[in-house]
Design a protein around this ligand. Structure first.
Ligand code: 5GP
Length: 186
């Protein structure tokens, strides 16, 4: 682990999930996804910006040929509580009608963003629509969502790293960690 080399070590409270654990989990998830989509064309949709790392690493762990597209949505107003009000900042470039679509998420917290995304993309009549997320916080769920592939269920704490930010920082940490209270004024 090269936390200090990246000069972010003092900002972290704990390393929750190591790079090695993430790598191993993505290999397992990729094998299951390969089995599910064997012989089918698959479009994977990443939700910017948090899912960039998991998209890149999951895509390379898959044997199934995929095409990739991106959506950017905003669901948070002030603070860190999901409002459920979602705005599309960048829509897909692809028409997904009749396609097998897999949404790739970094984290499901309240589930409100994903729930909106599923209904929005579902209305575009894909052949199938499933979800893979690296992280999920079961205690924070406000809506029940059927998620086919979950990397890790984690406690209801704010996490950073591996794509996830606090004020746009820490996305390039190769692991998932929690922040020291002094960072967010706690
Ligand atoms: P939800 O609608 O499920 O409450 O929120 C989903 C989005 O909130 C995620 O895509 C992510 O951008 C943000 N989010 C939720 N929990 C966390 C967290 O613990 N850390 C970070 N960095 N972002 C989070």
């Amino acid at each position: 682990m090269r936390v200090d080399a990246k000069d972010m070590g003092a900002d972290l409270k704990t390393v929750l999930i190591t790079k090695e654990e993430i790598d191993a989990k993505l290999v397992d998830l990729a094998a299951e996804i390969d089995a599910e989509y064997a012989g089918k064309d698959l479009l994977i949709v990443g939700v910017l910006k948090g899912a960039v790392m998991v998209m890149a690493d999951l895509a390379r762990a898959l044997s199934t040929p995929v095409t990739m597209d991106w959506m950017a949505v905003s669901s948070y107003g002030a603070g860190t509580q999901s409002s459920g009000v979602v705005r599309i900042l960048k829509d897909l470039d692809t028409d997904i009608k009749g396609k097998h679509v897999l949404i790739v998420e970094d984290i499901i917290d309240s589930g409100l963003t994903l729930s909106w995304l599923i209904s929005n993309l579902g209305s575009r009549e894909p052949a199938s629509l499933k979800v893979c997320t690296l992280l999920r916080k079961p205690e924070a769920a406000k809506v029940a969502i059927d998620v086919e592939w979950v990397g890790f269920d984690i406690p209801n704490e704010f996490v950073v790293g591996y794509g996830l930010d606090y004020a746009e920082k820490y996305r390039n940490l190769p692991f998932v960690g929690t922040l020291a209270p002094h960072v967010y004024g706690g």
